[in-house]
Design a protein around this ligand. Structure first.
Ligand code: HEC
Ligand code: HEC
Length: 407
């Protein structure tokens, strides 16, 4: 008999604060390594300055930003160049952009991407719009609370290799930037108090600051929420009502600014930040709720058997541009995602991962399955399409700075 979870799994994070350097060293073994982030709130002057430099509109909250890395336009400029620069990979074949394309809201359209040295990753590249509001970063890690902690992973991680800046290549990679007069200037301007030259920490801080400018706030849904009742079509409004209703249940896990309950900002007090992870019944390999052995979600960090299949509820901003879906890119279309929830889990008939996800004992009690007409499913898909922000995907401030550069 199924022992469905009736409550979401909110995780508290014990342990001492971690330095960026420590995060870089043990990025894949983060067991309870972080304390609650600093969320002290900002003075009105600081808030206005932060909004101005990052481009956060009044109707969104100011993000939580670690005190040690205040945003400046110089860091943004440096971070934007680094994001698009293949010199930031060990073998100079990939940049951040290789897996995060602006025209796909910074996802990549692949099921799962391939790193610079050929490792095929097990997880789908997420979009980066407003990613900084997530209370934890990546699909299933309760230790990565800030971009400054997470970004060493794609740069330095070796399991799997993404950019592959390993210890052995570290000095060579930094020397590439130190040898370039444009970067000498940008590093000096972005970090005027410290000694000259590139360091991994400066690279991480600048990239984190650039990622905090990737603000998406101009979708039809945003205009609707701000009072323009014509911004959504009738069909999209019906879809929104279903999304927020007790039959479809979506809003329990997908609500607020980013349509996810994984959320924090500068004014969230530490005690109220939620670190939610849910199992939504994609797999049930052994009848006990197991996911494929190469990726069991939060379980891989906690080794608590009840954590098998727990993943972060993903932001739905620009979701129509970020297919395929779920942590492993295993659902191709939004329509199939909604049908997955309507079925209350996925049945895989044959092969190594066969099993009936609908009967998983670890599935969230909120993924119960529901009756829905084809028309209602279309309505919800139409609503999800209203989260696409055309201004975001064409904003020149986020584009590759090298393309239009003068010769
Ligand atoms: C080889 C492909 C690849 C490259 C290169 C890459 N990423 Fe990613 N990125 C991913 C994948 C896959 C994830 C999800 C990882 C996970 O869940 O374990 C991710 C996650 C992220 C996240 C977390 C988003 C969220 O919602 O939690 C951010 C931010 C990010 N990447 C930024 C970057 C930056 C900046 C760079 C360059 C330094 C970069 N990525 C390079 C594939 C890549
Ligand atoms: C119990 C919480 C919960 C409920 C209820 C829920 N979701 Fe999700 N949603 C999640 C989680 C967790 C993920 C990521 C799961 C994974 O990758 O294994 C997700 C992923 C998604 C994705 C894929 C996003 C991406 O970028 O890959 C979409 C789309 C989505 N949900 C839409 C919906 C809709 C529509 C509903 C209502 C019919 C809904 N969700 C109900 C928790 C939930």
């Amino acid at each position: 008999m199924s022992r469905a979870r009736s409550r979401p799994s909110y995780r508290r994070l014990p342990g001492p604060p971690r330095s960026v350097a420590a995060a870089a060293l043990s990025a894949f073994a983060l067991l309870g390594g972080c304390d609650t982030p600093e969320t002290t709130g900002l003075s009105p002057a600081d808030e206005a300055a932060t909004r101005a430099v990052l481009g956060i509109p009044e109707f969104l909250e100011v993000p939580a930003i670690p005190e040690y890395n205040p945003p400046t336009k110089e860091k943004i400029e440096l971070g934007r160049h680094l994001f698009y620069d293949k010199r930031l990979s060990g073998n100079q074949t990939q940049s951040c952009e290789s897996c995060h394309f602006q025209n796909k809201a910074f996802a990549d359209g692949e099921k799962t991407p391939t790193g610079s040295s050929g490792d095929v990753l097990v997880r789908n590249s997420p979009g980066l719009a407003n990613a900084f509001y997530h209370s934890t970063l990546t699909w299933a890690n309760n230790g990565l609370l800030q971009l400054e902690d997470q970004l060493p992973v794609p740069i330095r991680g070796d399991n799997p290799v993404e950019l592959g800046v390993s210890d052995g290549l570290h000095d060579e990679v930094l020397a590439r930037f130190d040898a370039d007069p444009d970067y000498q200037r940008m590093f000096a301007e972005a970090f005027p108090e410290s000694g000259s030259g590139a360091t991994i920490n400066k690279i991480v801080f600048a990239l984190a600051t650039f990622c905090r400018t990737l603000v998406s706030a101009d979708s039809p849904y945003d205009r609707y929420v701000q009072g323009d009742k014509t911004a959504l079509t009738d069909q999209q409004r019906r879809g929104l009502a279903l999304f927020n209703g007790e039959r479809f249940e979506c809003f329990h896990c997908h609500s607020g600014t980013n349509l996810t309950v994984s959320y924090h900002d500068a004014n969230t007090t530490a005690g109220t930040i939620k670190y939610p992870f849910f199992n939504n019944g994609l797999y049930n390999i052994d009848g006990e709720g197991s996911y494929p052995p190469y990726d069991q979600g939060l379980y891989d960090l906690t080794l608590d058997p009840d954590d098998r299949g727990l993943f972060r509820p993903q932001s739905l901003r620009n979701v129509a541009l970020t297919a395929p879906y779920m942590h492993d890119g295993s659902i191709e279309t939004l329509r199939d995602v909604v049908k997955h929830y309507a079925a209350g889990g996925r049945v895989i008939e044959s092969g190594p991962y066969a099993g009936d996800g609908r009967k998983s004992p670890l599935k969230s009690g909120l993924v119960r399955g529901f009756m829905a007409t084809e028309e209602e499913i279309d309505d919800v898909v139409a609503f999800l399409e209203s989260l696409t922000d055309e201004a975001f995907v064409s904003n020149p401030a986020f584009a590759n700075p090298f393309v239009d550069a003068p010769p």
